[in-house]
Design a protein around this ligand. Sequence first.
Ligand code: FES
Length: 163
Amino acid sequence: MTDSHEVQRRDFVNIILVGLSSVIGLIIGIPAISYLLSPAVKIREEEAWIPLGPLDAYPLDQPTLFSYTRTKINGWEKTVNSFGACVWRYGAGESEVKVYSNMCTHLSCRVSWTEETNLYVCPCHDAGFNKEGEVVAGPPPEPLYEYETKVEEGVLSIKHMEV
Ligand code: FES
């Protein structure tokens, strides 16, 4: 009879200890696991408005390169990428501006504006794009990517997109 009571008391204590251990483990473990996993599951904003400075600082009818960098965080991996935006003011008005990516749509080489040819030239496979970003020579399958723009209080901004 006494042995049976001993066993029951021991079982009861064991059950209580296991229960308490589990509760303490959950109290400590859930925040710790959340902290460790949160960077990996966070969704990062890939779009952002990038200010390119006063619109008036860009010359009329002369595509001008503006370079900027963006830091991308993917979990614990942090990468810094550089981008180029070619600003073309085709008129004096605030809405008379177009901005193209300087990334070639063929294999992503960088294009640059050349006065001699009046084209954005890609040196990788001798491609050419006109001022409107349209392909006029070479293998690129699409025109240059055109950024969405806005001008607020005289400052030109583009909507950055990972392209
Ligand atoms: S990468 Fe520009 S033409 Fe091939």
